[in-house]
Design a binder for this molecule. Structure first.
Ligand code: SAM
Ligand code: DTB
Ligand code: SF4
Length: 325
């Protein structure tokens, strides 16, 4: 029944999506959009499993960038204080706990503008090797990097590098002025050239328009190949940041983003990322219906809260299929 001509056309992997087409998808009646996304999802992920990724902030706070959403930026007064970089052993102990909890991927974050060579980078490489030797996928997010650093991360066995576009090229400079959209794309190129998979997505709820969301998705969907993981974050409005007063997004907008990302990038892991603490179980299940197939699993994201592991385990058990976790 799925093999109708129109479904096949829907499921083609395309890299030439236009913003107008994407805007049209985002504006479709919700149930039509979710149906189309779910149809594609089932074709590319017949097991429709949900990947669990655990986050750890290895270097917290004191970042020189001015990303308006970020509690770790040194430009803003938030409750996040600059912390010393965590030692390798502590990070690997956390990775082991994540493995015991049933995580598939261990993601490590550094609040840096860019990676610099030296001890902290050598330690990062050791962390990557350690996480991989536990049998987990390893992901790093640490700002910009160059070809040689990407190459060394690849040699250490890094599975994925996370570097988000965050928003549209047009809206970008209202959110960040300390680096450009082009800088972001250059880092993604270096990651790709080194043979590391790309984890790249964005945030909704920054004050962007629907057209900004479509433009951001257009940039992602025209990357060749598509990013292997696409995190969709809802802004966590943190006191002290310029975006502290932003109104929460409508959870149905997150459903639309997940569905559209699934249609545009059928093979990607679409990760329902920051903002899950404010979503009902039902809204999360709708996102899964719409094609989200990964979550951050662990009581904390980098500096802000995430649903408790117990609550997530319960949710996954209640929707079925993961009773062994
Ligand atoms: N410094 C590195 C960078 O910017 O690439 C890595 C860490 S940074 C915290 C990773 C991503 O987290 C950002 O690109 C952004 O998409 C997301 N993020 C940060 N703060 C957030 C917030 N308050 N709400 C939602 N997403 C957020
Ligand atoms: C991503 O897209 N979201 C994660 C991960 N990649 C690194 C980070 C979310 C951070 C939310 C705010 C915080 O906890 O500091
Ligand atoms: Fe720094 Fe990353 Fe936060 Fe921007 S998002 S301020 S680069 S830690």
């Amino acid at each position: 029944m799925l093999n109708t001509a129109s479904t096949l056309t829907n499921a083609e992997i395309r890299h030439d999506w236009t913003t107008a087409e994407i805007l049209q998808l985002l504006q479709q009646p919700l149930l039509d959009l979710v149906y189309r996304a779910q149809t594609i999802h089932r074709r590319y992920y017949p097991d429709h499993d949900i990947q669990l990724a655990t986050l750890l902030s290895v270097k917290t706070g004191g970042c020189s960038e001015n990303c308006a959403y970020c509690p770790q930026s040194a430009h803003y007064e938030t409750t996040v204080e600059k912390q010393p970089i965590l030692p390798v052993a502590e990070v690997l102990a956390a990775a082991e706990r994540a493995k015991e909890l049933g995580s598939d991927r261990f993601c490590m974050g550094w609040a840096w503008r860019e990676i610099r060579d030296g001890k902290a980078f050598d330690d990062m490489l050791e962390m990557v090797r350690g996480v991989r030797s536990l049998g987990l996928e390893a992901c790093v997010t640490a700002g910009m990097l160059n070809d040689s650093q990407a190459q060394r991360l690849a040699e250490a066995g890094l599975t994925a590098y996370n570097h988000n576009l965050d928003t549209s090229p047009e809206f970008y400079d209202q959110i960040i002025t300390t680096r450009t959209y082009g800088d972001r794309l250059q880092t993604l190129d270096a990651v790709r050239r080194a043979g590391i998979t790309v984890c790249c997505g964005g945030i909704i709820g920054l004050g962007e328009t629907l057209s900004d969301r479509a433009q951001m998705l257009q940039v992602l969907a025209t990357l060749t190949p598509h990013p292997e993981s696409v995190p969709i974050n809802a802004l966590v409005a943190v006191a002290g940041t310029p975006l502290q007063e932003q109104q929460p997004i409508d959870p149905l907008d997150l459903v639309r983003m997940c569905a559209t990302a699934r249609i545009l990038m059928p093979q990607a892991r679409v990760r329902l990322s920051a903002g899950r603490s404010s979503l009902s179980r039902e809204a999360q299940v709708l996102c899964f219906m719409a094609g989200a197939n990964s979550i951050f699993y662990g009581d904390k994201l980098l500096t802000t809260g995430n649903p408790e592991c117990d609550a997530d385990r319960q949710l996954l058990n209640d929707i079925g299929g993961v009773s062994d976790r």
